[in-house]
Design a protein around this ligand. Structure first.
Ligand SMILES: [Mg+2]
Length: 249
């Protein structure tokens, strides 16, 4: 099926046009961005965690062969989750203990403040948001990162990379209750925005989140970021698709 690949310039122009249209009605335009694999590349975070695992003495003693491979680990843009990475570098047949230790080590760090300093923006992402912000588009960040474990590192990382952030981080939404599924969490935040803005756009890499928003809030304009995703659902085929945020103009 054909993907509706669109240029970043096209999306940028459409957003700025909406600003003009809604201004006459006294309404604002909101652009909402997921973080991981939408604005942020998580590969460097992954790489650092796996290399650090390989440096620890207790791991070197228990798993010398695996550590020799992991110390040179480089993330591949198509990797999603720890299992995929391990399989790609040929460690899928390692012992259960290795997999258990590595997964525990990875989970405790990947979903924490400690390694967010290694994250990098997707190409052009920070400039794209700065330009939108400068031109009057309201910006929000909507991520399933857990607030308790990741808020501080998320704020630091957004500031470090120059993403527009309001005082008291009012435009940043993290998950307070982890038991709520991601699609419903995102849909509920977006629902509030739909009631308060003339137009709401949502940029996201996870197909299931896009599908749920599309089914329940058809007025939200959706952009699929074709980076990497969980594979829980097939990518959408009828949405605008971009792979980065670099404008040509
Ligand atoms: Mg994401």
């Amino acid at each position: 099926m054909t993907k509706h690949l669109q240029s970043v310039d096209h999306i940028y122009d459409a957003l700025l046009n909406e600003i003009k249209e809604h201004k006459t009605k006294g309404e604002n335009v909101m652009a909402v961005f997921d973080l991981d694999s939408t604005l942020i590349e998580v590969g460097p975070r992954m790489t650092q965690i796996l290399r650090d695992f390989a440096k620890e003495k207790k791991h070197l003693g228990k798993y010398p062969k695996e550590c020799r491979i992991l110390e040179k680990y480089n993330h591949h843009p198509e990797d999603w989750g720890i299992e995929h990475c391990i399989e790609r570098i040929g460690l899928a047949s390692s012992s259960f203990d290795f997999f258990k230790d590595l997964t525990r080590y990875w989970r405790g760090r990947f979903f924490s403040n400690d390694y967010l300093q290694f994250d990098e923006p997707l190409p052009g992402a920070n400039e794209f948001l700065q330009e939108l912000h400068k031109n009057g588009v309201h910006i929000s960040y909507l991520t399933a990162r857990e607030s308790k474990a990741m808020l501080e590192g998320t704020v630091q990382s957004l500031k470090k990379h120059g993403f527009p952030l309001e005082e008291k981080n009012e435009n940043l939404f993290l998950k307070e209750k982890m038991e709520k599924p991601d699609p419903e969490f995102k849909r509920d935040i977006l629902k509030d925005m739909v009631n308060n803005y003339g137009s709401v756009w949502f940029f996201e890499n996870e197909p299931i989140n896009l599908r749920v928003v599309r089914e329940t809030l058809p007025q939200v304009r959706l952009v699929y970021i074709d980076s990497v995703h969980s594979g829980r659902e097939a990518p959408p085929t009828e949405l605008a698709v971009i792979t980065h945020f670099q404008r040509q103009k």
